[in-house]
Design a protein around this ligand. Structure first.
Ligand code: SF4
Ligand code: FES
Length: 676
């Protein structure tokens, strides 16, 4: 476990001292060059030759922090860097240890986008307290931040803004059931809080009752794939409930959870794994932060349920290192579950052992890609794998592995206790048309220009306008009229308040709806209703607030109205109002992908930098007319990246700029008229 040892050394010293690396090599028998190879991949690991400053201040430069002035905070002349010398002198005086260094720099999303801007502070002289390796400060004005840094530099410890003390707005319609429980209790995802009953691992007990000696049944040999679902329905209740739920993966790709579990269950062999992906590094996404912190019992119970159903022999919860409270909460819950007998040496008297553990991520957005995450767990650079083989057969340590998002796993106890139909029945329905609608519930994190940025559990398919506007959710857009929405972190770029519709759309709508119907009659019926309700004949555009928050609908939308850029739906939504500058934000999104590219594919490594250059040139051209005008290149780079990239990062990297060029021409061209 080199990566975990490196993480522990980094947390203890703030960097990786050479002596510690030599000791690690000696103790593990792993050559030093291998340790170097791994440690130098992760930017959060700092070698001794690149020791951090005595006081490191890292300002999140992404997404809503950018919207809330991160660029100004990082400006060398008017932002925090101008304080470096003053703070260094104060630190040297306070410690009496000679000259000190202070460094202010940018960092990728810290997962506190609802409290932007977020700042990560490490003080290496004098060291921070025991069990502390960093402090987070979030949602402060520039003056307040300066004050905090002055206090830190003079040896103080201004109270950090950790997550436990900053419960975000959330919808809690059932909070009165358990008035003293944390706000997350209101979410239906937590059947214990909802019913006011003890967290006694009832879902695990329920699954155990369906198994013999804690083991899943073995499907008949040679059963044709198309008959397998029927066999599961008739013979394997816990897995059949997952199928009936229709639960989709909540990490972005939306693969059915049932399918992943089915794949692993079918694999024979002495070792199989389930890994919960809590890397959550997509800017604007912080729902898993809240689930891990406030409902760790759901994560641990869901993981046990998944292991029992698939026959996995061990389970892991992989959590980003910037979430220390969440890591502690899940570790404590695993210990509680072991004490209850729900995991550990013997799951509820079945004689079946089931070890669970937390893996603290070495850091980096690419670790959220499921195969890259497994690479990191195997002590390698976190670079996505070429697939096939798929992870269901060749995952962690080349063994069958299901990798599920935190929220996907957290729904498993609900589904086992209330039934798959109980989950599927929770979706949004068209008022007055119970035959039209969606299945299930899910969480969204919303940040940016709304009254109440926070984490909301909603019926799948709820119109975007309801989530942003209704008082029990975000409470409305602030800072001017809605200008744009980023519905999938930076991956889908920006959608304008009104989406332009292809003029020929009406002539082809029947064919397009028919094509959707080849996959799903229910989706086609909804698409037809949606067109009639929101796109009357002659409509030139579509109100973005009418879009239902359903992954499949977003996918179908491209086929339905032929948008210039493919829309996507993720779990992190950002809202931009008033005079927000779409081109500036699109360039900021592009910089994020450039910064986080793992460099494995040449087109992504070079193309993402080229995109940033084009975006920067467009900004310059707009400002003073001097930059080259190369938006046509974006199309070529998009095609290349989307055809050649190994993972989704390369696929989505060009999209932000493409949406700015397609939808926000006035922001791109502001000065073009003046400069020719
Ligand atoms: S597409 Fe980019 S991030 Fe993904 S594997 Fe290739 S280089 Fe790495
Ligand atoms: S914390 Fe800054 S964008 Fe997420």
């Amino acid at each position: 476990m080199i990566v975990q040892r490196l993480r522990e050394i980094q947390n203890r010293h703030g960097y990786l001292p050479d002596a510690e690396l030599h000791t690690l090599a000696r103790e593990t028998g792993v050559p030093l060059y291998r340790i170097e190879e791994v440690s130098t991949f992760f930017p959060a690991f700092r070698p001794e030759r690149d020791r951090p400053a005595d006081l490191e201040v890292r300002v999140c430069r992404d997404y809503t922090c950018h919207l809330r002035g991160a660029a100004d905070l990082l400006d060398p002349t008017k932002g925090l860097p101008r304080l470096e010398r003053e703070l260094a002198a104060a630190l040297a005086k306070a410690t009496g240890h000679g000259p000190c260094r202070v460094a202010v720099s940018g960092v990728s999303c810290l997962g506190r986008c609802d409290r932007a801007p977020a700042v990560w502070v490490e003080r290496h002289r004098p060291p921070m307290g025991e069990h502390e390796h960093a402090w987070v400060y979030a949602g402060l004005t520039p003056d307040e931040l300066e004050q905090v840094l002055r206090e830190v530099a003079t040896g103080g410890r201004p109270e950090p803004h950790w997550d436990a003390a900053h419960e975000p707005p959330s919808n809690a319609p059932y909070a009165e059931v358990v008035p003293d429980a944390p706000r997350a209790a209101g979410w239906e995802i937590d059947p214990y809080a909802r019913d006011g009953r003890p967290r006694d691992y009832a879902a695990v007990r329920r699954v155990v009752e369906s198994l013999t000696a804690g083991r899943p049944p073995v499907p008949p040999r040679g059963l044709p794939a198309k008959e397998l679902d029927g066999w599961v329905d008739a013979n394997y209740r816990p897995l059949a409930e997952m199928r009936a739920s229709g639960l989709l993966g909540m990490g972005g790709a939306g693969a059915p959870a049932y399918g992943k579990w089915l794949d692993v269950w079918q694999q024979a062999g002495p070792e199989k794994y389930v890994v919960v992906n809590g890397d959550e590094s997509e800017p604007g996404t912080f729902k898993d932060r809240e689930l891990l912190l406030r409902t760790p019992h759901l994560i641990v119970e869901g993981l046990i349920v998944a292991c029992l159903i698939t026959g996995a022999t061990a389970g892991y919860v992989y959590i980003r290192h910037e979430y220390p409270e969440q890591i502690a909460a899940v570790r404590a819950e695993i210990a509680r579950a072991e004490a209850l007998g729900a995991c550990g040496e013997d799951v509820f008297g079945t004689g079946r052992p089931l070890p669970l553990a937390v893996f603290e991520s070495p850091g980096g957005y690419i670790c959220g890609e499921q195969s890259a995450l497994l690479e990191a767990m195997e002590d390698r650079r976190a670079q996505p794998r070429n697939r096939p083989p798929e992870l269901g057969a060749n995952g962690l340590r080349d063994k069958p592995t299901a990798v599920n998002n935190v929220e996907t796993i957290a729904w498993a106890p609900f589904i086992q206790l209330r039934g798959g139909a109980g989950y599927a029945g929770g979706g949004w329905r068209v008022p007055g048309r119970p035959d039209l609608g969606f299945g299930g519930r899910r969480l969204f994190s919303v940040s940016g220009d709304v009254r109440r940025p926070g984490v909301y559990e909603v019926p799948v398919g709820l119109p975007l306008g309801d989530l942003l506007g209704r008082p029990e959710y975000c409470g409305g857009v602030v800072g001017g009229p809605l200008k744009a929405v980023a519905p999938s972190g930076p991956s889908c770029g920006l959608l304008p308040a009104r989406l332009p519709v292809d003029a020929k759309f009406r002539e082809q709508v029947d064919d397009r709806v028919k094509r959707i119907g080849e996959r799903s009659a229910a989706d086609a019926a909804f698409a037809r209703w949606f067109v009639d309700a929101h796109l009357p004949p002659g409509a030139a555009d579509l109100d973005v607030l009418a879009l239902p928050l359903d992954l499949t609908f977003f996918r179908n939308l491209q086929g339905l109205i032929r948008l210039p850029v493919e829309p996507m739906l993720g779990a992190g939504l950002a809202v931009y109002a008033g005079a927000a500058d779409a081109l500036d934000h699109a360039v900021n999104f592009t910089e994020f992908y450039r910064n986080e590219s793992c460099g494995k594919c040449v087109p992504c490594r070079l193309g993402s930098q080229k995109l940033v250059q084009i975006g920067t040139d467009l900004l310059r051209r707009r400002a003073d007319g001097t930059g080259p005008d190369l938006p046509g290149l974006v199309k070529d780079i998009t095609a290349t990246l989307q055809q050649t990239s190994i993972c989704g990062l390369g696929y989505v990297a060009p999209i932000p700029l493409a949406t700015a060029l397609a939808y926000f021409t006035s922001d791109v061209n502001i000065q073009r008229g003046n400069h020719g």
